[in-house]
Write a protein that binds this ligand. Structure first.
Ligand SMILES: Nc1ncnc2c1ncn2[C@@H]1O[C@H](COP(=O)(O)OP(=O)(O)OP(=O)(O)O)[C@@H](O)[C@H]1O
Length: 335
């Protein structure tokens, strides 16, 4: 599929920085992140220097008020791109702008709350001390800082451990402390590198809700992940990265095919004879407990599967149309 709101980059296409980092047809709005043709090559090895092209001409844009997902498998270049955006490392080529200022920009950096991939939190500080320290580094002071620090610790549900030393916290608790630190200075935008990592299912849901709540408060959120369902459930727009390049970007609603791709027909009481007949007719069948699921492509084939099943005395438990998911798109485009 190709439409105006989707940009597809062919492998090897590392041309000059594009004139616009946002795909045609994307909603209007102030561009808070504007990445154009960003490149990063690392030199590795001591005696024989080898080049690792981590980011090979990445472009995308994030508008004010969006939740933007930066998606890609391990090693795709997400963290390297985020490090360049936040000024932690210098690009080898290309340009990136935050709030209209070319990075690295200390003024733009002050408007951002950043959660690194593995937040380093001083082990002998407590979450309260660490978050207050981050607030002080952002110019906050006194009672207002103390109040705000407790407020964000409470928001990320770590207030109960506010005075425990960080070295005694679990990975998920550390992640929450890092999130509180990103929020403390009331930033206009959050840049979160793998915010759900290390969290259990309840923790993931809480962080998802927190991201929605922050967006409702007017914050823009850019986060990286390799978890497709998080992106599908949360993001307005995405960029999918593979081997250092954006392979697909656009609005989730426009990227996913709205039409029915497949239908799953669930049968109870399907005899071995019926299963053999369905397989002979070219249907894929899977036994799940005491039911059988028949995977059907195309409406005419649904009727054929249903006719054969009913004629053989099976009971139809469910007929479920399946639309394209982000996982399907990812498989189609990113692998
Ligand atoms: N400092 C470095 N020196 C050499 N190579 C590096 C360095 N940092 C990253 N890389 C390489 O760059 C590539 C991209 O890594 P990066 O960490 O940006 O990927 P990622 O998409 O964030 O992956 P993950 O989801 O596993 O965190 C990888 O091949 C990685 O080994």
């Amino acid at each position: 599929m190709s439409n105006a709101a989707e940009r597809i980059v062919e492998p090897g296409d590392q041309g000059a920085a594009p004139a616009s980092s946002v795909e045609e047809g994307a909603p209007e709005g102030e561009l808070l992140i504007d990445v154009r043709g960003l490149l990063k090559t690392f030199r590795v090895g001591f005696l024989r220097r080898r080049a690792v092209e981590a980011v090979k001409g990445v472009s995308f844009g994030v508008r004010r008020g969006e939740i933007f997902g930066f998606l890609g498998p391990n090693g795709a270049g997400k963290t390297t791109t985020i490090k360049m955006l936040t000024g932690l490392i210098a690009p080898t080529g290309g340009e990136a702008y935050l709030f209209g200022a070319r990075v690295p920009s200390p003024e733009a950096r002050r408007k951002i709350g950043f959660l690194p991939e593995n937040p380093y939190v001083y082990p002998y500080l407590t979450p309260r001390e660490f978050v207050e320290l981050c607030g002080r580094l952002s110019g906050m002071r006194g009672a207002a800082l103390r109040r705000r620090a407790m407020e964000v610790l409470d928001q990320v549900k770590i207030a109960y451990a506010a005075d425990r030393q960080v070295r005694r916290l679990s990975k998920g608790m550390l992640q929450r402390t890092g999130l509180a630190a990103a929020l403390v200075a009331d930033p206009e935008m959050l840049i979160l590198d793998e915010p759900m990592s290390g969290l259990d299912p309840v923790g993931r849901k809480e962080v998802r809700d927190l991201i929605f709540a922050e967006r409702d408060q007017g914050r823009t959120i850019f986060f990286s992940t390799h978890i497709l369902s998080d992106v599908e459930a949360m993001c307005d727009r995405v960029a999918i990265l593979r081997e250092g390049q954006v392979v697909v970007s656009g609005a989730i609603r426009q990227l996913l095919r709205g039409d029915v791709l497949r239908t799953e027909v669930t049968l109870a009481g399907a005899s071995e004879g019926l299963l053999a007949d369905l397989v002979a007719k070219g249907f894929a069948t899977t036994r799940r407990g005491d039911v059988v699921v028949v995977d059907v492509e195309g409406e005419a084939r649904v009727r054929e599967a249903l006719r054969a099943s009913l004629a053989a005395g099976a009971q139809v438990v469910e007929v479920a149309p399946r639309r394209e998911t982000l996982e399907d798109l990812f498989m189609r485009r990113a692998l």
